[in-house]
Design a protein around this ligand. Sequence first.
Ligand code: ZN
Length: 462
Amino acid sequence: MLMALVAAPLLSCVTRAPIAEIAIEGVTLVDAAGESRSDQRVVTLGDRIVWVGAMGAGGPPASRVIDGRGRFLIPGLWDAHVHFLYDPELTDAMASLFLAHGITSVRDTGGDLERLVELRSGWGREGVAAPRLFVSGPLLDGALVVYDGATDEQPELGTGVPDAPAAREKVRWLHDRGADFIKIYELVSPVVFGALVAEARALGMPIASHVPLSLTADVAGPETGSMEHLRNIELACASDWRSLLEARRVRLRSYDAGRGYELRRELHESQRLPAIAAYDADRCRVVLASLRQTMQVPTLRLNAFNRSRPDREPQWWSALEALPISVQDRWRRIARELDDGDARSDMTFADWSLFLVAEMKAQGVPIAAGTDTPIRLAIPGDSLHRELELLVRSGLSPREALFAATLAPARFFSLQDEMGQIAPGMRADLVLLAADPLLDIRNLRQIEGVMSQGRWLSKAAE
Ligand SMILES: [Zn+2]
């Protein structure tokens, strides 16, 4: 019942907590890129870590001391794939849910830019504790748009980019209005994809992308900084990838009356399982080798949903109670309906996704933790822990999973010198744990306190 323990004091104290020197003393530091160190002292001032060293080795005094003895300190976590605007009934609840679960930074990978920027500046104006929010603005889609706002399940997260001039103009517009990166979606043409990439590079913006349906992962991936959901990699890894791609391109050209969402679904439904059945290990090694500089965000909790239903976990039900009542009611109803359709669930894509992450690890492909919350019953915060557990299940060590939720997303934004480790000069985002996450990744749920941008948000460990 993390929420009951952490969320209430967190919310009651956040606006009053002064930003001052804080020392966390006697704690074991857990480093995703190095060795753990016990009996340490960490001092923060405002939004910076100013000193780290062994207990007894000195360092500046602090006006407030947090007892870290017997506890473990990690850098604040990231959820690298989030949609704040997917469910309007949940938007306002998300920031505090993330913090309560130790997530101090999030990457919003698709939604209306002006609303997201307003959300972010509203937190700053009102002094509300919230994660650092990095936004892409809308999904940049093709002449047809998958998320066009036609139904509640397909809210208007996307925008159409019909040609190269429109692509360049759109990226400049996003840049000028505060987007931190761009997110390319599945229905862009190869020409539009190239123009989006070129313009974003010229402006110094990182690029996240689904593999467009008209391209393959080994062609599109190296042009981008991150790829989402392992989507369309199954096609690139199939022995008959050429004929599958050609069939795709013919269909994309001929489809002129209908919705983008339907077109994408038709292509996935007709090609995904045949492509997985035609998996070619040699071909896939070549594809994965091309992705060694491209962070992969597998969203296993989404891809492996049928294999690992969240509503089968007691943890999910207790975390659900922190959501707005209307969302709780709706999600309980959805969970019941899932049970009715359960016998027909196909596990192929779930198992293939878990398998592919292990292959990526073996090939040295960088992996980051993202959830797609709140899509498909993903509770903000809780779902990141679920994702990390699934990354470990697929073959990552707990330390590699921690890396995936700290340094990997920081690197996407070239922020590895500021975030993702506990060292002087780094930003003051920290999570204090009751147990060692390297022994069991589930120990990341045992949160005793969270520091977000220099603010200490829990009274539990004082
Ligand atoms: Zn998404």
